[in-house]
Structures are given as C-alpha cells and as structure tokens.
Design a protein around this ligand. Structure first.
Ligand SMILES: [Mn+2]
Length: 237
C-alpha cells in the first residue's frame, strides 16, 4: 500500500454508502415506531428491546452496536446502558441505536421528553441542537475535523455548558460504527468527499439529565448530505 492516501479508508465506495444510507433509513423508521411506544411506566430495557426487535424484523443483520435507551438522571451518561428503570413524566429519554445492512452501520441519536418539559430542559436541548446544526453547516471537503469539533464546542461553551460536553463531536462510520475521522480538538483529519460521518454534540448535567442529538451524513465537495431524516425539534410525548 505504498503511497496510499492515509485517509483513503475513510472514503467509502458507492456500494458502502448505499448500505449506510439504507441502515440509517431503517433507523428513521424505527424512531417513528418507537415514539408510539414510549410512555410513563415502561422500562428503558423494554424500549431498547423493542428498538432492536424492530430493526431486526425489518432487515437489520444484527445491530451496529448495543442500543442505548436511558432516561431521567441516567440520560446524563453518554454511554449509558438501559436498565429496569421506569420512564417517568418529566424525563428526557436518550435513544442511540443503529441498524446493520450488508455489513455497514447506521447510527443515530434522538432525545425526547415525556409528559412535560422544564424551561432548563428546553434551553439545554436548544443549545445542543444549535451546536449540531452549526457543525453540520461547516461540513465540506477540505475542512479540518478539529474545526468541526470547535464549531459545535464553541456554541456549547458560550452558553456556559462547555464542561458538560463530555466527548468528541462525531466520527466516521463503516463496517465498524466508530471509525476515523474523529471530530475532536486533536484530530488532524481533513474531510473528503464520500466520507460518512456523524455529528453528535451533547450536554450531560450531573444529577439532572443529558441531551444528545446525532445525525449521519455523507461529506461532499459542496457540503454534506444528511442521511438522517428524523425530527429534531423537541418532541414531548
Ligand atoms: Mn455515534
């Protein structure tokens, strides 16, 4: 592989991109379905199981990764594991899941409210959404991956929540759900056409709640195509 572009593995073939798009479309369908199942009194475990059953029943070959469904205070854990905790009125519920099609992964996250939403919940949700949309807006061939992270982080930091954004802004996706490039301050990667990447800022407040919003996009010469079509305005179930 002498002389090979060190970033070439991050650029996917049309076949791979189509599989990733199909996996993400299945994720969108799953999100629409699961909105009808989330209500006070059901457990995180049961919602996670229903997500995984829906994905498999509709063509997912296994899963991209174990499904995250965390609610209430537990939503403040970026890599939380679903438990027998019952979803309650006033909870934020963070759902992070992905199908696998022809060996390639989907990956999406949505945060929804149940029953009612406080002004601080609304405010934090709005900050995460603005950070995510700003970072998406800078995606384009030639842009540094550190700048993508900076763009999201600056909005969250200016809003006063910088210390609570506990991870990078996103990552590449392929046969593995987490691949290069990485969106963080140390990243030396540069975006190129046909890289599938996630954009997923989050804010995680100790003893309160967390919010994360994640889309999966394909970088082009002129911007990015967003594969994730699910609603991003705050949904109160
Ligand atoms: Mn992700």
């Amino acid at each position: 592989m002498k002389g090979k572009n060190p970033q070439s593995g991050m650029i996917k073939s049309p076949k791979a991109l189509l599989a990733i798009a199909k996996a993400e479309a299945l994720g969108d369908a799953c999100f629409r379905y699961i909105l009808t199942r989330i209500k006070p009194g059901v457990t995180e475990n049961s919602i996670a199981a229903e997500i995984e059953k829906f994905l498999r029943d509709n063509g997912s070959q296994g899963l991209a990764f174990p499904t995250i469904c965390v609610s209430g205070v537990a939503s403040n854990e970026p890599h939380g594991v679903p438990s027998d905790k019952v979803i309650e009125k006033g909870d934020f519920v963070v759902l992070d899941f992905g199908a696998r099609i022809d060996g390639y992964c989907g990956d999406m996250t949505r945060t929804v409210a149940v029953g009612e939403v406080s002004s601080i919940q609304e405010n934090v949700y709005d900050i995460v959404l603005r950070a995510q949309e700003a970072a998406i807006a800078v995606l384009r061939e030639g842009v540094g991956c550190d700048f993508v992270d900076y763009t999201a982080r600056e909005i969250i930091t200016k809003a006063g929540y910088g210390p609570y954004f506990l991870h990078g802004t996103g990552h590449g996706v392929g046969k593995k759900v987490h691949e290069s490039p990485r969106f963080n301050a140390m990243s030396g990667h540069v975006l190129a056409e046909d890289m599938p990447v996630t954009v997923e800022p989050g804010i995680y407040l100790p003893d309160k709640f967390g919010v994360r919003i994640e889309d999966l996009l394909i970088v082009t010469k002129f911007g990015a195509v967003n594969l994730t079509q699910s609603e991003k305005r705050l949904i109160v179930l």
